[in-house]
Design a protein around this ligand. Structure first.
Ligand SMILES: *Cc1c(COP(=O)(O)O)cnc(C)c1O
Length: 358
C-alpha cells in the first residue's frame, strides 16, 4: 500500500549554513520533517513540511502525563553515495511495542517506512559523508489531547525529523554501580522507549557525575545484585572468550545494536550468553584476570568502551583500548556496514528510495 504524503518544500534551505566538518550532536536539524495526526482511530494529514516549531496547548496531555515514545536510528551513505538505512523495520516494530505499553496507537510499518524513505530521500543532501558521520533519525509519537485528567489520549502526533551528526568520538567511560536509584523495574516501562524513563535517569547520572564518574550501571532492585544497562545503552562483558549481555528481564530496553552484536558474534562463531549477570561474577572475573572488556551498545556511539567500573570500594580498571578485540571489531563491523566498506552479508541495509520510486 502506498500512502498519500503531501510534500511542502522549504523555500530557504539551511544546508549552506552547516559546517559538516564540525557538527555538534543533536543541535543541527535538516530542512524537513514528517508529521501525521491520529484522530478518530486513523492516521491522517500525512505530510512533509519545512522543519519548525509546534504550537502547543497548555493542557497538552504529554506535558503533564508523559505519554510519549521515540526511536533513534541512523541513515548513512555507502561508497557510491547511495543513502542507506539499517534494519528500519526493527525500529518500526519496537516503536509499536513501546506504543502498546503506553496505550498509544500503532504506526503501520508500511507508513513508518514510506515516511522514512520520502523524508530522507528529500533531505538526502543532509547525510554527511565523512567517515563515522551519519544522519540521525528521530521518529516519535506523543499525545495531543487538550485535557487535564489521567487517561489515554485520543489524538496523537507521529513525527520524524533528522539531524546530521559528526563522528562520535566517545572516550572510554568511568562507571559506578547504582545501588540507590533504579532505571526500571520488572513490570514497569523499562522495555518501552518512553520519555519518562529518561527523566527518571537524570538525577542518578547527575549525582554520579558529581562523584567523578561518567555514568551509572543500572542494577535490578531491590537486591542490587544483577546488572541491567549503562546509562541509555545495553551492557556487554567479555570474560575469557565468552561475550555476555544481560537477558531481557522486562526492565531492559531491547537495543537493536545489542541484537546486531549478538548476530555478528554468532556468525563469527564467538560464544555469547544472554542471561542474568551478577555483579559478583564480574568482580570475580576481574580478580582472576579474565574480565577483558566492558562496553555499552547503542545506536549513537555504537560501542562505548568502559575504562573502569567501580562497585562499592573496588575500582575495576579494564585493559587498554587497543586490546579490546570484541568491542573494536563490533564497532568496525557496524561502521563498515553503514559506509559500505564491509559487505552486507547480513542483508541488513536498505537503500533509500526517493519519493518517485516508493
Ligand atoms: C535506545 C536505548 C538503548 C539502545 O538501543 P539501540 O536500538 O541499540 O539504539 C539501550 N538502552 C536504552 C535505555 C535505550 O533507550
Amino acid at each position: 500500500m502506498k500512502y498519500d504524503i503531501q510534500v511542502t518544500k522549504t523555500t530557504q534551505s539551511n544546508l549552506p549554513k552547516v559546517d559538516f566538518n564540525n557538527i555538534p550532536f543533536g543541535k543541527v536539524f535538516s530542512d524537513h520533517m514528517f508529521i501525521a495526526d491520529y484522530r478518530d482511530g486513523a492516521w491522517t494529514d500525512l505530510r512533509i513540511v519545512p522543519f519548525g516549531p509546534f504550537e502547543m496547548h497548555p493542557a497538552n496531555m504529554t506535558l503533564h502525563y508523559s505519554q510519549t515514545i521515540f526511536e533513534g536510528m541512523k541513515a548513512s551513505k555507502n561508497q557510491g553515495g547511495v543513502p542507506m538505512l539499517m534494519r528500519p523495520e526493527l525500529h518500526s516494530q519496537r516503536l509499536n511495542k513501546s506504543a502498546d505499553r503506553m496505550c498509544m496507537p500503532h504506526v503501520p510499518e508500511a507508513l513508518f517506512l514510506q515516511a522514512l524513505h520520502e523524508l530522507i530521500g528529500l533531505d538526502s543532501e543532509w547525510i554527511p559523508s565523512l567517515p563515522g558521520t551519519s544522519l540521525y533519525v528521530r521518529p516519535y509519537m506523543y499525545a495531543t489531547d487538550e485535557f487535564i485528567g489521567v487517561r489515554p489520549s485520543e489524538t496523537y502526533k507521529f513525527v520524524i525529523f533528522t539531524c546530521p551528526v559528526g563522528a562520535y568520538y566517545s572516550k572510554a567511560v568511568n562507571l559506578v554501580t547504582e545501588q540507590t536509584f533504579v532505571r526500571a523495574v520488572n513490570g514497569g516501562t523499562g522495555e518501552a522507549k518512553a520519555g519518562g524513563n529518561y527523566a527518571a535517569s537524570l538525577l542518578p547520572a547527575k549525582l554520579a557525575q558529581a562523584a567523578g564518574y561518567d555514568q551509572v550501571v543500572w542494577m535490578e532492585s531491590p537486591e542490587f545484585k544483577k546488572v541491567q544497562e549503562v546509562g541509555t545503552m545495553n551492557l556487554f562483558f567479555v570474560i575469557g572468550d565468552k561475550v555476555l549481555t544481560p537477558s531481557n528481564s522486562g526492565a531492559i530496553l531491547k537495543g537493536i545494536t545489542r541484537k546486531n552484536f549478538l548476530e555478528i558474534l554468532a556468525k563469527r562463531g564467538i560464544q555469547t550468553e544472554e542471561r542474568d549477570i551478577f555483579i559478583d561474577e564480574i568482580v570475580e572475573a576481574y580478580m582472576d584476570g579474565t574480565l577483558k572488556e566492558i562496553f555499552g551498545a547503542g545506536t549513537a556511539a555504537v560501542v562505548s568502551h568502559v575504562a573502569s567500573l567501580t562497585h562499592n570500594d573496588l575500582k575495576m580498571t579494564l585493559p587498554p583500548l587497543e586490546e579490546r578485540k570484541i568491542g573494536n571489531m563490533l564497532k568496525a563491523e557496524i561502521d563498515g556496514l553503514r559506509n559500505g566498506t564491509v559487505e552486507d552479508v547480513y542483508g541488513w541495509l536498505t537503500p533509500i528510495k526517493v519519493a518517485a520510486e516508493v
